[in-house]
Design a protein around this ligand. Structure first.
Ligand SMILES: [Zn+2]
Length: 485
């Protein structure tokens, strides 16, 4: 009997990303998010008769950056087409897009899953404009329910990035989207906020018997609103298709929607309803010629990208691959790390703090690295307080939390709260003697050769001093007394 393990998934992703240009793709309206509905519109993006679109040069610059970062070939000449369809959020009844002559094609993106690096092909990258946004009121479009339209988003520049069907699992799809988002953020061309719609993702999914090279019938998945939703939707859909095949059925070519609440995909429209967009070249826009000098100028402006930075972090700072991956996942974190290391060249110590307490507090507070109340100078001051023996590593964790909560400097918190480490030998010796007197059992164990008993005794001294004892000194004093005459 065949089962799920006898099948493999074939996944391709289509990602739409809003470019964060100041003005729209073909007019000078603002693209700022969150403005009053329908205040950022003009005759051009409203599609009123007799107006002419003009290409936003910045949009092309940004699109070129992305295409080059994804290792694509740039077409020396591309054009814009009209994709015709009727929808209430599309006042022109067509969307300006690129059809048979896209800006760029034939690239790849490197991903890493379970320590294995893979290259995922990029089929094409093209420019288009966004449509408006419908806001549905009420449960369904019954009596009394209605929809509102906000056309501020109409004409915002979009990039469509289509991958080859090279992904083989939901985990790989997740890794691809994560890697792509990192590249876009390093390039600083998009906010990449799925919740604000500036990053959107559709997936094409099919399954086939393992070992087969033919493609199965694919479905298109829509409505995944987070990275997690993409992964869950794919896992569900792959399982569903395999079940259909195992029961002798056939997968229908259709568009399915992810229902987050129920955790299932449902039919949205079948093949027979597939759109025929009747693309034709936009007569108002001349073909776009991109000369080699333009490409080279953009290439020269490319920043160091996540994969290169990850490799450099491992080499230059001697960090484990895992640390280098975490620290370079966002440009902001990588910059933060390098700002710290410039002031305090112990890379692994800085890395531990950033991956540990710093990331934990950021997650708990929902803040981005840029918004962290502790700046690199603040963290470095704390690390120096530990090094000079003013506070113990344990106390430092408490101080760090306080710094994060209040934004106050480490030294001020330490002085105010009386957290200075006890390094006074006479004071500690008295406490050590008391602890030994109170715990004769562990003391005898240590003398009998049980090294582990020392840990317990150190712990008791730390407890007695509320974590303020200098651990190195406590260790030395305990050993002296236990090994002494
Ligand atoms: Zn406009």
């Amino acid at each position: 009997m065949a089962d799920h393990a006898d099948y493999e998934a074939v996944i391709g992703l289509e990602v739409h990303v809003e470019l964060k240009t100041a003005s729209k793709a073909f007019c000078s309206c603002s693209t700022a998010f969150g403005a009053e509905p329908n205040t950022q519109v003009c005759p051009v993006c409203l599609g009123l008769p007799g107006v002419l679109p003009v290409i936003n040069r910045r949009m092309v610059d940004y699109a070129l950056k992305v295409a080059l970062a994804l290792n694509c070939s740039i077409a020396p000449r591309c054009k814009f087409d009209r994709k015709n369809y009727y929808y209430p959020d599309l006042p022109k009844n067509y969307q300006i897009s690129q059809y048979d002559l896209p800006l760029a094609a034939g690239g790849y993106l490197e991903i890493e899953v379970d320590g294995q690096a893979r290259r995922i092909g990029i089929t094409r990258v093209h420019m288009e404009e966004d449509a408006g946004k419908l806001i549905h009121q009420g449960e369904a479009l019954g009596p009394g329910a209605y929809s509102l339209v906000d056309l501020n988003r109409t004409g915002v520049p979009l990039l469509e990035i289509v991958s080859e069907p090279d992904l083989r699992s939901p985990e790989e799809a997740y890794a691809y989207l994560t890697a792509l988002k990192a590249v876009l953020q390093y390039l600083d061309v998009s906010d990449c906020k799925m919740e604000e719609g500036s990053l959107r993702c559709d997936a094409n999914v099919s399954v086939r018997p393992r070992g087969s090279t033919a493609f199965g019938t694919k479905t298109e998945l829509k409505n995944m609103n987070s990275f997690r939703a993409l992964q869950r939707a794919l896992a569900y859909e792959i399982g569903r298709q395999i079940e259909v095949l195992l029961h002798g059925g056939e997968v229908d070519q259709e568009t399915r929607m992810w229902d987050e609440a129920r955790g299932v995909t449902v039919t949205m429209r079948g093949k027979e309803e597939a759109h025929d967009y009747r693309y034709f070249p936009d007569p108002d826009l001349v073909p776009l010629e991109i000369d080699p000098a333009w490409i080279e100028r953009v290439r020269a402006e490319l920043p160091e990208l996540p994969a290169e930075r990850r490799r450099r972090f491992a080499e230059q700072y001697g960090l484990p691959a895992y640390d280098a991956g975490v620290l370079t996942a966002t440009r902001a974190m990588a910059d933060y790390f390098e700002a710290c290391v410039a002031l305090y060249p112990q890379a692994k110590t800085v890395s531990n703090w950033l991956m540990g307490d710093f990331s934990r507090l950021l997650n708990a507070s929902g803040l981005e690295v840029e918004q962290a109340p502790i700046r690199p100078e603040g963290l470095v001051e704390l690390l120096k307080l530990i090094d000079e023996g003013t506070i113990s590593g344990k106390i430092a964790k408490t101080v760090f939390e306080e710094m994060f909560a209040t934004g106050r400097p480490a030294r001020a918190i330490v002085e105010e709260k009386g957290l200075v480490q006890i390094s006074d030998e006479a004071a500690l010796a008295a406490i050590v003697d008391r602890v030994l007197a109170e715990h004769p059992g562990p003391a005898a164990d240590f003398r009998a050769g049980k090294e582990k008993a020392l840990g317990f005794l150190v712990g008791q001294v730390m407890k007695a001093t509320r974590g303020q004892a200098n651990p190195a000194l406590v260790n030395r004093l305990l050993r002296e007394r236990l090994q002494g005459p």
